[in-house]
Ligand binder design. Sequence first.
Ligand SMILES: Nc1ncnc2c1ncn2[C@@H]1O[C@H](COP(=O)(O)OP(=O)(O)OP(=O)(O)O)[C@@H](O)[C@H]1O
Length: 660
Amino acid sequence: MSAVVDKPNADPSIPAQSGGKPAEAVLPEFRRSWWETGMRARADAGVLGVFAELPGLISKAVRVAWRADRLRTLLVAVATVGAGSMAAFGLLATQRILIELFAAGPTPDRVRAAVPALAWLAVVTAIRGALGMVVGYALNGLTPRVLLDVEKELFADTTAVELRAFDDDQFAEGMERATRGTEAAIELVQTVMNLFAGLVSLLAVVVAVVAIHPLLLVALLVATVPTGYAALRAGHVKFGSYLASSTRRRRQWVLQRLMAERDSAAELRSYGLRPFLLGLYDKVMGAQVAEELRVARRVTTTMSIGATIGGVALTGVYVLLGVLLLNGHIPLAAATTCVIAVQAARSSLSTVTFQVDRVYTSGQFFNEYVRFRSTAAHHLPAHDADSAAGPRRVAQPLTELTVQSVSLQYPDRERPAVDQVTVTIRPGQTIALVGENGSGKSTLAAMIAGLRTPTAGTLLWNGHPYAAYDIDDLRGRIAVAMQDHHHWPFSASTNIAMGDIGADAEPARIEAAARKAAAHDMILELPNGYDTLLDKTFKDGSDLSGGQWQRVAAARAFLRDADVLIMDEPSSALDPRAEHALFQALRDRQGTKTTILITHRLANITHADQILVLQHGALIEAGTHRQLMAAAGTYESLFTLQAAGYQSEPSAVASDAGAA
Ligand SMILES: Nc1ncnc2c1ncn2[C@@H]1O[C@H](COP(=O)(O)OP(=O)(O)OP(=O)(O)O)[C@@H](O)[C@H]1O
């Protein structure tokens, strides 16, 4: 934010508010955004820079299209070349007609002689139209497939990368750019195809003109090159306009969301932000209208200059043609065809220059997608290089889980979150992780769950390092109820069934899991019971309270018949009755299934087989409740403190009564 306050007018299109309080000081997201990259790059790149990058971008587009749908890509290419050839034939047929019409002899004879060429022209024009329709049809089928392909690849990456990737702000930024890049893939393919079509038509005109008379090529160049250059310059200016409107769209979008979405609705009302946001909307739109008018003036000037240059060049060509005609260098029919060819070439050239602009811009966005995917590849789970046979399946139930001198240091932190912890966990045990906020309990649990990789030390499942296993298979053996569990926007039953998504979602199993988490009765009271959609933003959707969501999350974890169940603060929002039911269900697992429990409510873990006390990431105490109480260390002091909280109230009441 400070950068914005220091430079309140970083974006000149936003007016500073009076009183030294610029509007953007409270809305830093209004600063220039990464997603203008492509447009800015285009605006900054010179004409040569654009052409230098073009071949690489074109080849990327062709590869993406080819992978998505070979048949349609081929169809577009063939039909485009076909349509171009028809344009050349059309010009040749036109010239033939003119030759016949301008020949000596009676008019009916001349018209009769021109009829075959006329028929040719009609056929060629019809074929050209049909091929144009084929191109449009094939492109309509091709582009959604391109989008599907690139989006699928992107989400295949984002769902596979290790959790640590999400701690990296560069990764998060890259992901946003890549999402925009997927849409750019469509644009890139479309514009490359249009560019190709424009180039083919241009080439067709050139071929036809050379076939009529080589000298006419000079005339064509003189008439089209200045116009082409002017069109490219105009493209630059139009790009400025595109840039301005994109900025406006982003601002509108941010404000529209703030004023219309559920997430901000309560705070907007509570703080009385309505006039502030509406006022800001007015200001932003006012600034944008002014910007648009400024750009419109520039566009008009550039276009006028372009039109003047083009007109002068065209007049030169007509003069040249007249001179050639008078000197008898070219026949009248060729000169007339040349006039038609020049018009066709000018139109193709303006298509080409416009598409060059667009290929360059969408290519920049698509590059972001390509870049992100190569970054994501570095975040994929590492597999043990020693095991040549590939990742091992988890064939046996858990016999021993060993945490061997394990540490994890987050990249942006000076000290490790978990520091050389060693523990051995046996099947059927209940392990409790205890310690102050930030002592490393969740981080240790995430490593045991196979969600994070230690920066030092090893985790062993049945004597083999985690890295030797197929990570998805290993994770399938562990169920986790996260501290910050996700509110999945699906029905209540799906929310629970997601705990074992590969298995049949039998209602009886789902209900049994819900009962263990004290969620069954609560779900039955919802408008549509288990079928209630837990997303308020859809019709008939419902929302749950914090504690109700926690019960659903616990039920999800109970559903999976996991070797190890990890529950991170499962009762922080539960009422006493629900808490009692949940811990009873956890105690029922003891002796048969392994449970790792993280909680600050120490009365709930007195039955644990091992209580591990963490401090600043290090394991400072381990033992049963009885052993740790006898040791009179950190655990004992925390437990005594909490127990005193429960006992103090009655004595306070008693002393109050005595005083009365
Ligand atoms: N993704 C992260 N990136 C950087 N640091 C993190 C991240 N997650 C946790 N930390 C830091 O690591 C340390 C351990 O965090 P952890 O969540 O494991 O603690 P905890 O014992 O579970 O805390 P609590 O009782 O509050 O849930 C803390 O200092 C925390 O700030």
